[in-house]
Design a protein around this ligand. Structure first.
Ligand code: HEM
Length: 434
């Protein structure tokens, strides 16, 4: 496994405030960020050994840099908050899987090559024909619970739909869903959290197994090309004469696309449903006027930012809001803060509003060369989930006084459980009536 050395500035840049008053692993401290945008738009946080940008324009500048001063190579293994303990590293090495650089960490020509080879199946024209498949996944799961009257909707539907869709696109049978699901929590804590020794050991064991699984898919597709995104990537690289040089990339991509392709969407959709039901008049607005759903999806992505922060590395000294961030520092774009920047979204930026006409300006999918490849797919999935929920369960309510579980990490955020209830006798679709 390759790890990147973790250079840290020896001291925090002069004049840069240090934040101690929030826990970066605990989600969206909206009030903290509101104040930070005004009073300390750039700050340092010890727990993540990094600078944090809170304003919309600064986050866009960092993520969309075209000057060559910013490297994407700061995520995944390049900048873990807790460097893996030797026993965890040993388990990973013994698994025989080499964790190459992920596409989202690549720069320049290497990134261009790999993006060109992987992106075609995620274009709007290629994603749209998945509509019927996605709707069937949603429908089957709602059919199974429609007369129950009370479920955890993440468990019943929201988790499995995006996971089943990405496995389908990869040509992987959906009986492997359970294995993917088991990897979910530990993976996010290992990479973006503050994992204790047990989590490190457990995750290292899982990562080894998961890596072998990804590699076996690549090997299989090299020998037997099919109509799936891994075969297509292999063929595209082969046509460029880059198949051999992309061996590690292909293994890593296969591993990463499974997680990037579902957990993010699940988190956003779960957060969105929670917000809609916390504001029942907003849910009702979608029931009464389904044409609002595409904009509601944008507002969900803005407000319930499934990837609340994304990190980069500055290669040269860079100035943001009067703070000179030294070369080689890791810098986080607080996307969740940028998405509520009042200079872009107005004085009511903290309000969840499915009719907001600026919702689309969110930068939840990042910005620039690395803009999320799966953004059309994610939106289509959330749209369809909302269409079916509001049609078949217009009388959905949030079960009161529930506690929501969130994975403690900086960059993957969504409630793991959203308990909902309804009266099956009032199901409006006649086939659904109890
Ligand atoms: C709501 C759901 C999603 C969110 C919030 C999200 C967010 C992000 C973010 C923040 C980035 C980094 C952008 C940057 O560096 O500027 C990213 C990159 C990426 N996402 Fe997503 N994503 C989502 C869904 C998906 C889906 C469904 C896929 C499908 C495969 C996907 C695949 C990728 C890939 C491959 C990259 C790397 C692109 C590159 O480096 O060129 N994502 N995503």
């Amino acid at each position: 496994m390759s790890t990147v050395e973790q250079p840290q500035p020896t001291q925090v840049a002069s004049g840069c405030p240090v934040a101690h008053d929030f826990d970066p692993f605990d989600g969206t401290p909206a009030a903290f960020f509101e104040q930070a945008r005004q009073e300390r738009p750039v700050f340092w946080h010890d727990a993540i050994n990094a600078y944090v940008l809170t304003r919309y324009e600064d986050c866009k500048q960092l993520l969309g840099d075209r000057t060559g001063k910013v490297s994407a190579n700061a995520a995944l293994m390049g900048h873990l908050n807790v460097p893996p303990m030797p026993e965890a590293m040993q388990i990973l090495q013994e698994s025989g899987f080499e964790f190459g650089t992920s596409i989202v960490d690549e720069d320049g020509e290497e990134h261009k090559l790999h993006r060109g080879a992987t992106q075609p199946p995620f274009s709007p024209a290629r994603v749209k024909p998945l509509t019927d498949f996605i709707r069937r996944q949603v429908t089957e799961r709602l059919d199974a619970v429609i007369n129950e009257g009370r479920v955890d909707m993440v468990d019943a539907m929201i988790y499995e739909v995006p996971a089943t869709v990405i496995l389908h696109m990869m040509g992987v049978p959906d009986d492997q869903l359970g294995m993917v699901k088991g990897f979910r929590g530990p993976w996010a804590i290992f990479i973006w959290g503050n994992p204790d020794e047990q989590v490190q050991l457990d995750t290292a064991r899982m990562m080894g197994g998961f890596g072998q699984w990804a590699r076996s898919i690549v090997q299989d597709r090299k020998a037997n090309r099919g109509e799936d995104i891994i075969s297509e990537t292999i063929t595209n690289l082969e046509n460029k004469g880059e198949l051999e040089s992309s061996r590690m990339f292909l293994d890593s991509y296969t591993l990463n696309v499974v997680m990037a392709g579902h957990e993010t969407t699940t988190n956003s959709a779960a957060g969105g449903l929670l917000e809609l039901l916390r504001n029942p008049e907003q849910y009702r607005a979608l029931v009464e006027d389904p044409s609002l759903i595409p904009n509601a999806t944008e507002e969900i992505l803005r407000y319930c930012t499934g990837v609340p922060t994304w990190r980069q590395r500055v290669l040269e000294d860079m100035e943001f809001q009067g703070v000179t961030i030294p070369a080689n520092s890791v810098v986080y774009a607080a996307i969740n803060s940028a998405n509520r920047d009042e200079t872009v979204f107005g004085d009511d930026a903290e309000t969840f509003d499915v009719r907001r006409d600026t919702a689309k300006k969110h930068i939840t999918f990042g910005f620039g060369a690395h803009t999320c490849m799966g953004n059309h797919l994610a939106k289509l999935e959330i749209n369809i989930m909302l269409e079916e929920l509001t049609k078949r369960l217009p009388h959905l309510e949030l079960v009161p006084d529930q506690e929501h579980i969130y994975s403690p990490n900086t960059s993957q955020r969504g409630p793991e459980n959203v308990e909902v209830s309804w009266d099956p006798a009032r199901n409006p679709v006649s086939a659904d009536s109890a």
